[in-house]
Design a protein around this ligand. Structure first.
Ligand SMILES: *Cc1c(COP(=O)(O)O)cnc(C)c1O
Length: 331
């Protein structure tokens, strides 16, 4: 058996309730007429309405505490689930929380933004810089005030964050018979979920295919998202002292479902959200899981999947942002 010593030795803050449940989506599977679809409910991680960032933050906040930091700084979109879960974790552990959110202060404060405020987070409006470009300047301000801030990158996607999903893949293997599963679908956007699941798949020698549904268009300049996931996976292997390295094409990203870009809800997302709600009573979100589920539905309907196997949808959370899309979802 592989030695997970390094992973188990990392400092961890206990922020969520694990393992998260897995259930069969019987009604949805019957409705679509394809393979049996299972769902991994990381929307139920338990930290402040849940989501995949809880797993990353257990390692990241664990490190912040070990280093004796008294504050955290991170960044995201106005409706960032990562920022909401960070704000809650910081409140739980008595850390001051600074969030750099994209855009400007909206007239209506709701969804995740409302929750950020309830958790007492300090909000800095970062206009077009929603990916943490302004973190260094906030850091300087806090240091000048005598504070010891801990920096958390956009989406919590560094080596420590990815470790949360190495753990998650191992958790999954204790819950299911993985050779029955042909594919795992999930929303992929800052890469930590994807990189971590790639590593646990390698450690477990699992046969399922990981399909990251890309949520955000590639930037005009700089590296592609695929390169970012590839680099993070290799860096995390190095960090954990694992003798594994990936090729660029080991990262499987589905980039046909980008629609009009990040956070823009289209017909496909809307239909996926309504279908899950009405067949299973489960809430998806407009930005991530609605898009990832729309991709899975399309794959089933186009007959690309093996109906004799199971497919697993990894629910990464996000439903608190539904309320800020009320006008677009309600018709
Ligand atoms: C952040 C997020 C993702 C994407 O995970 P990454 O590790 O950033 O790729 C998917 N779904 C939801 C709901 C998220 O908040």
């Amino acid at each position: 058996m592989t030695n997970y010593k390094t992973l188990n030795d990392l400092p961890k803050a206990q922020l969520g309730f694990f393992p998260t449940p897995i259930v069969s989506l019987k009604n949805l599977s019957r409705h679509l007429g394809g393979p049996e679809i299972l769902i991994k409910r990381d929307d139920l991680t338990g930290l402040a309405l849940g989501g995949n960032k809880t797993r990353k933050l257990e390692f990241i906040i664990g490190d912040a505490i070990k280093q004796g930091c008294d504050s955290v700084i991170t960044a995201g979109a106005q409706q960032s689930n990562h920022c909401r879960q960070t704000a809650a974790a910081a409140a739980q552990l008595g850390l001051e929380c600074h969030l750099l959110l994209g855009g400007i202060q909206p007239d209506q404060i709701n969804g995740n933004l409302l929750l950020d405020k309830l958790f007492g987070a300090h909000i800095h409006w970062a206009k077009e810089n929603r990916k943490g470009e302004d973190i260094p300047s906030v850091r300087e301000t806090l240091v000048a005030q005598g504070k010891k801030p801990y920096l958390i990158p956009y989406g919590g996607s560094n080596e420590l964050g990815a470790c949360g999903f190495v753990n998650a893949g191992i958790e999954l293997s204790s819950q299911i018979t993985s050779d029955k599963i042909s594919h795992i679908f999930f929303a992929s956007s800052s890469g930590g979920t994807h990189a971590g699941l790639m590593i646990s798949k390698s450690l477990l020698k699992a046969s399922y295919k990981l399909v990251g549904v890309q949520i955000d268009k590639d930037e005009q300049q700089g590296s592609t998202f695929k390169e970012q996931v590839h680099n993070l996976a290799n860096q995390t292997c190095q960090f954990l002292g694992l003798d594994i390295s990936y090729e660029h094409n080991d990262v499987v990203l589905e980039d046909k479902y980008l629609g009009d870009g990040y956070g823009v809800i289209g017909v496909a997302e809307q239909q996926a959200i309504e279908l899950l709600a009405q067949t299973e009573g489960i809430l998806l979100d407009p930005v991530y899981t609605g898009r990832a589920m729309a991709a899975l539905i399309d794959k089933v309907q186009s007959g690309e999947l093996d109906n004799t196997k199971q497919v697993l949808f990894w629910h990464t959370g996000g439903a608190p942002s539904l309320f800020s899309y009320a006008n677009k979802l309600h018709n």
